[in-house]
Ligand binder design. Structure first.
Ligand SMILES: C[S@@+](CC[C@H](N)C(=O)[O-])C[C@H]1O[C@@H](n2cnc3c(N)ncnc32)[C@H](O)[C@@H]1O
Length: 423
């Protein structure tokens, strides 16, 4: 594609994404479906350009007014993902002079908001929690996420998959905490590999793998994945149960559960029972009350731990949506807890880093439900032989009550988890 045409296409995709009427990944996917002629390199350039604009929106909004032409074009120029001379061949002389001036701006001269590119409502809670880690966190959020796999140990061994990837020229190293994980260098097209179609692995952040580990689902148990979505964690739970017992995968979105079907077929698991529920007090949930050994509540959340891969979320959420989410999370956790039999384990998790969606929900639940005894996540993980488990935790007297993962510390998305045992 000619550089000028590629820049025009980037600007159009930036325009569509900045409407914020749908998630950025859905808009990008639809654009690619509607423009099937785009090659893999062009797609990569366009997607990365859009994501850079979303990550650095405040800075680019500050620099754009000094340029000329449509605003989305100026933003696409500033965020363009590709060689500088390729980009400059698509620009007018005036645009080249403007871009040169923008590139000479010393970050030290910029206001803080143009350096961290975060909405104000998010800055304070992050600073309060990570302190001096704020700028390393900002840097990690702007870098984009790595690529982790979870090896389906019901079917395959991690070392064998590592070798198979090496034979395909893909470098993979074991993840530091999850025994199922491999961390991949670069962004190879993994879903074309035979090991993938055989169901030997799935793409899954190491943090998500740790959440599934916390459930510690065992053979022949009755387990519920209450907010199963497309079933990323369901698959990990089903494999841990060695395809025995019964694993219910609930979700209010039948559409999301539908995308679980091909994954389940690949995985070789026959113990999973997906079911769309109307809401958290659905009859299906009531019927299983007191019968379940383990329940995972991977709650809907603002996704503020996933800004590396979903940078648009920081512009699509606000304090009000955080509050609304917290109400929903508390209601789902309370309903899901009723499923547990005495001695059963409850895990509440989010991919948010905001205390309102995490510690506040867990503490309110503990206070209202004295028959649920909080368990130390640090002890649970140590019992599962996770190395340096204490480094993954915070809260409680010994700082190990909750799981608290951060991109800049653990190279995972931001995750929270709390665990209880029913008396
Ligand atoms: C964080 S996502 C789950 C991701 C999934 N566990 C995975 O590993 O891929 C949260 C899910 O909660 C679902 N959800 C929202 N409200 C719900 C409710 N009241 N009861 C059950 N699920 C709900 C959403 O449809 C969404 O799929």
């Amino acid at each position: 594609m000619h550089p000028k045409a590629l820049l025009d296409a980037c600007a159009e995709l930036v325009r569509l994404t900045l409407k914020f009427d749908h998630p950025a990944d859905a808009i990008v996917a639809r654009f690619f479906r509607d423009n099937r002629g785009l090659g893999p390199r062009e797609r990569a350039t366009m997607a990365e350009t859009v994501y850079t604009v979303l990550r650095k929106k405040q800075l680019f909004d500050h620099l754009a007014p000094s340029g000329s032409g449509p605003k989305e074009r100026r933003l696409a120029i500033l965020g363009f993902y590709g060689p500088g001379d390729f980009l400059r061949s698509a620009l007018t002389d005036q645009e080249v002079r403007w871009l040169d001036a923008c590139e000479k701006v010393d970050p030290a001269d910029l206001m803080e908001r143009h350096r961290h590119n975060l909405p104000e409502w998010l800055v304070q809670p992050l600073k309060e929690q990570v302190g001096a880690g704020f700028w390393p966190l900002v840097e990690s959020l702007n870098k984009g996420a790595g690529l982790d796999l979870r090896v389906n140990d019901f079917k395959a061994k991690r070392s064998d998959i590592q070798k198979e990837l090496a034979q395909a020229g893909i470098k993979a190293v074991p993840t530091p905490y999850s025994p199922w994980g491999l961390r991949i260098a670069g962004r190879p097209a993994l879903n074309k590999m035979e090991a993938f179609t055989r169901g030997d692995f799935e793409v899954q952040d190491e943090g998500s793998q740790l959440l599934a580990m916390l459930v510690d689902a065992k053979r022949s148990e009755m387990v519920v994945d209450f907010c199963a979505g497309a079933g990323g964690k369901t698959l990990a739970l089903g494999a841990a149960m060695r395809s025995t017992g019964r694993l219910y995968a609930f979700d209010t979105s039948a559409h999301r559960l539908d995308s679980f079907k091909p994954r389940q077929a690949r995985s070789g698991l026959s113990n999973v029972h997906p079911a769309a529920i109307a809401h958290e007090r659905d009859e299906r949930v009531k019927r299983l009350s007191g019968k379940i050994d383990r329940v995972l509540v991977d709650a809907p959340c603002t996704g503020m731990g996933t800004l590396r891969r979903n940078p648009d979320l920081k512009w699509r959420q606000n304090l009000q949506t955080v509050e609304e989410m917290a109400v929903k999370q508390a209601a789902i956790l309370q309903s899901a807890a009723r499923l547990l039999k005495s001695g059963g384990r409850l895990v509440y998790a989010t991919c948010s880093v905001l205390p309102q969606e995490n510690e506040a929900i867990a503490e309110a639940f503990s206070a209202a439900n004295p028959d649920f005894v909080p368990m130390s996540v640090g002890e649970v993980l140590t019992g599962l032989k996770v190395s340096d488990a204490a480094k993954l935790c915070s809260g409680g007297e010994d700082g190990q009550l909750y799981l608290r993962l951060w991109p800049h510390l653990h190279e995972t998305d931001g995750f929270f988890a709390a665990v209880w045992q029913r008396k």
